[in-house]
Design a protein around this ligand. Structure first.
Ligand code: WTA
Length: 615
């Protein structure tokens, strides 16, 4: 109990970094656990906290965003610019009849209008659901339907390695069949490619937002007013709409952005390389950094366009001091070679961050030595879409971080390692499941439309203790420092993206030639894990002897996203199953990773798997 009191005092102090229109009456209301209410009774406007107050404090001329387009065009947005743009967008959205609580899907590349759209929603109390622009039309439709979005904001196309690829067309495809809740599609002209517009439904940004009034007065909303839904993969085929609210979320996003990155406005130039389609983009490009009056770089494109120097040129050009990226990119840089970063002056960097997957010690050392000039601390930050903000990370200047360790929970956060039955394994030399033992302000407030699934997924496992089960395995070393080992469920982590085996399996069996499919994540030197599928073809297809592998890979890309495209697909005559009919994934993983197989004598045809494993 004393623990709880200290924790609430601590978080009340952190909430003081925000501007509240009305103070809260209760720091934490946990009576409805696992659905928390933080700063109950308080009211605030999230966009006001990210923009207006900085302008009112005299920082209107400070650059908020140095935007770098892929083709080389650039834009600097000051806090005053951001205020005017967000106000225009808010006026436009309000003019479309959108009201507080309505949902808006944002399906956009990394252009300033994407961030402006998120903040305009926040300003009006609209709930945004950002859908990664690499997702397919059908993935977009699924998310639009689940949230019952009234508006989709998109762009005509997006730049990818010098090509303008259509994007609005995917929205048209998504909305083509059957009735949807979408009334309008707001389209930013980014690439200038030919774009069909449906009259009455579709609107150009430059004909609406650009002409709207740049004045808009922000109204305060309840601390628990929903801010956004973000879909993430679970262990079933249906993505979960993780719900986050306002006051607690912004408190922890801002707090962690300051203490973990040792960020100071006016001193730092910050760059988080994530996409706004993922939670890292929400918490560490939009909300946390802007609440802290950041000056940040936002880059639209890929790291190797026009060549592999791009990120290092950007660091040099803007004098980036804090660089936050994913281990998969560090491993890609390693493959490209150290001559590339060595050709640039990277001495402005003083802190490096890592997120999304465990960073292997070799990549950690390379990151620090080659990018960080052997000077910079590295913060390896563990958290999840569901936790909303960073939970476990070394703090620069305090701990002596170990290569590959996420180290310790940040102040205010409480974690434990337990065994399968929930027994506490102590605080030294333990290997088990990671649980969070106390509520935290930026915790998810549920799964959109499915409170029962929220309880079942995260809380039922250790219900009597009231712990949150993260789905990750972790180890405590002899010093009591934490090492995150990765998912213990059927969620894969490919280049830091969460993809469920069930989702890929369902895309594969959706193909008429496939009778059955099993998917596993196999260790991959660059992407962390690679997707490996085993499929049984239908009798008709098998008879034709058609080579379906390419077609199936394309089918998964189309159905979900290119990021879910299997690395390998093995056509097999059977899948290894237990007597009760459960697929033996461990065995498939052994096969996929080329390990010696244990006892496979119960399989109908052991040679098949032995042969694949030898390849
Ligand atoms: C993994 C991304 C090890 C973990 C912010 C978690 C990590 C999942 C780390 C959440 C890290 C994230 N070390 N593993 N520093 N950061 N993970 O929801 O398995 O996209 O459960 O959130 O990524 O992925 P999500």
């Amino acid at each position: 109990m004393s623990n709880m009191i200290t924790a609430t005092e601590f978080w009340a102090e952190q909430a003081g970094r925000l501007h509240w229109a009305q103070p809260w009456t209760r720091v934490l209301d946990w009576d409805g656990a696992p659905f928390a209410r933080w700063f109950a009774g308080g009211t605030l406007n999230v966009a006001y906290n990210c923009i207006d107050r900085h302008v009112l404090d005299g920082h209107g001329d400070q650059v908020a965003i140095h935007w770098e387009g892929e083709p080389g065009d650039t834009r600097d947005l000051t806090y005053s610019d951001l205020l005017a743009d967000v106000s225009r967008a808010a006026n436009t959205l309000a003019g479309l009849g959108l009201r507080s609580g309505d949902r808006v899907a944002i399906y956009m590349p990394m252009i300033p209008e994407a961030i402006v759209s998120m903040l305009a929603c926040a300003r009006l109390g609209l709930v945004h659901s950002v859908v990664f622009a690499g997702f397919s039309a059908s993935a977009l439709r699924q998310r639009v339907d689940d949230a019952e979005a009234r508006l989709v904001i998109t762009s005509d196309g997006q730049w990818r390695r010098g090509n303008a690829a259509p994007l609005k067309a995917a929205v048209d495809e998504a909305l083509a069949e059957g009735d949807s809740t979408v009334e309008h599609v707001l389209v930013v002209r980014r690439t200038g490619i030919d774009t069909a517009m449906t009259s009455g439904r579709d609107l150009w940004w430059h004909e609406t937002v650009a002409n709207a009034s740049p004045e808009h007065e922000a109204q305060a909303f309840d601390a628990e007013h929903p801010l956004f839904i973000l879909y993430t993969s679970g262990t079933t085929g249906k993505p979960k709409g993780i719900l986050h609210t306002s006051g607690g979320y912004l408190t922890q996003a801002a707090y962690t952005h300051e203490v973990v990155f040792d960020h100071r406005p006016g001193r730092d130039v910050y760059w988080c390389t994530a996409d706004i389609g993922w939670v890292t983009g929400h918490s560490y490009i939009v909300y946390g950094p802007l609440a802290n009056r950041v000056t940040q770089v936002v880059y639209e494109g890929t790291p190797n366009f026009p060549d592999e120097h791009r990120h290092f040129e950007i660091i040099e050009k803007y004098g980036v001091t804090i660089y936050y990226t994913a281990p998969t990119l560090v491993r890609t840089f390693m493959k490209w070679g150290r001559e590339i970063p060595a050709a640039h002056d990277l001495t402005s960097l003083r802190l490096l961050g890592s997120v999304g997957e465990p960073i292997n010690p070799e990549a950690w050392r390379w990151y620090r030595e080659v990018i960080g000039g052997d000077r910079t601390p590295i913060v390896d930050t563990w958290w999840q879409t569901e936790t909303g903000a960073i939970m476990i990370s070394p703090l620069p200047g305090t701990a002596n971080a170990k290569p590959g360790a996420a180290m310790t929970p940040v102040p205010g956060i409480h974690a434990k390692i337990v065994d399968e039955d929930g027994n506490d394994l102590g605080d030294r030399d333990a290997d088990g499941l990671l649980v969070l033992t106390e509520p935290w302000p930026s915790m998810a407030r549920g799964i959109w439309g499915d409170p029962q699934r929220f309880r079942e997924t995260y809380w039922d496992r250790f219900a009597s203790a009231g712990w949150y089960f993260a789905g990750d395995g972790a180890r405590l070393d002899a010093d009591g420092d934490l090492w995150i080992m990765g998912r213990v469920d059927d969620v894969m982590n490919v280049s830091g993206h969460r993809i469920s085996t069930a989702e890929v399996e369902s895309a594969l069996v959706g193909h008429s030639g496939v009778a059955e499919a099993a998917v596993v994540g196999a260790a991959d030197a660059t992407t962390g894990q690679g997707i490996v599928a085993f499929v049984i073809l239908t009798a008709e297809t098998a008879d034709t002897g058609a080579d379906l592998v390419h077609e199936l890979k394309a089918e998964v890309s189309r159905e979900i996203s290119p990021i879910a495209r299997p690395r390998d697909i093995h056509v097999v005559p059977e899948l290894p199953k237990t007597r009760s009919g459960k697929i033996m994934r461990r065995l498939l993983r052994d096969v996929a990773e080329g390990r010696e197989l244990g006892d496979i004598s119960t399989l109908v045809d052991p040679d098949v798997f032995a042969a694949i494993a030898r390849r």
